[in-house]
Design a protein around this ligand. Structure first.
Ligand code: SAM
Length: 177
């Protein structure tokens, strides 16, 4: 558990058709390592398993981890990890993120995956509140470009959140030192 107690069990789950659309929009080539941070019941994990080389589905809630393990335990492409996404070690080799993290920790997620000289993140497609995606597009994290991608309406989630969302696309611009 994060020292700041930053967990959020409330879950706005993506509908399957929207999860598929978001994963297709991420333009995966088929061989990438992809992290699904806050995998929930696996809405994004499912299409990621078909489009990515390897998927690490990270979830903290024990019941949801059990569900993910039951759904993907026999898949060679998916590894389910019970961990706090703000504290778990991140891959040293190049990786991507496609995720719908809890909005309350959206900024902490962006800091975590883009921060530090050792970040091996190459691109992230994050479903975030639209206002937050716009803020990052205006002021991207150091070493990344940021653009507001697909609009994701409240109706794309169960239950629907209060405001509309968008995919924030972060792309690395600087080579790792
Ligand atoms: C908005 S839901 C998204 C679920 C799924 N990815 C989807 O799109 O339907 C966010 C998920 O993050 C999980 N979560 C919250 N805090 C977390 C943390 N610190 N580390 C890992 N998972 C966390 C919640 O349990 C929840 O399942």
């Amino acid at each position: 558990m994060s020292g700041n107690g930053q967990r959020r069990w409330g879950s706005h789950r993506l509908k399957g058709s929207w999860a598929e659309r978001i994963v297709r929009g991420a333009g995966l080539g088929g061989g990438e390592l992809v992290l699904d941070l806050g995998a929930g019941t696996g809405a994004l994990t499912r299409p990621l398993a078909r489009h990515a080389g390897r998927v690490i589905a990270v979830e903290l809630h024990s019941g949801r981890v059990s569900g993910l393990t039951a759904a993907f335990g026999s898949s060679d492409a998916v590894t389910v990890v019970q961990a706090d996404l703000l504290e778990m070690p991140l891959p040293r080799r190049p990786y991507r993120v496609v995720a719908n993290p809890p909005y309350a920790i959206g900024a902490a997620v962006v800091r975590r995956i883009t921060g530090g000289t050792r970040s091996a993140l190459t691109r992230a497609d994050l479903v975030l509140p639209r206002w937050m995606a716009r803020r990052y597009a205006a002021s991207p994290p150091c070493g990344f470009t940021a653009e507001v991608g697909a609009h994701v309406p409240a109706a794309a989630f169960v239950p629907p959140p209060r405001s509309d969302s968008a995919v924030l696309v972060l792309r690395r611009v600087r080579k790792r030192r």
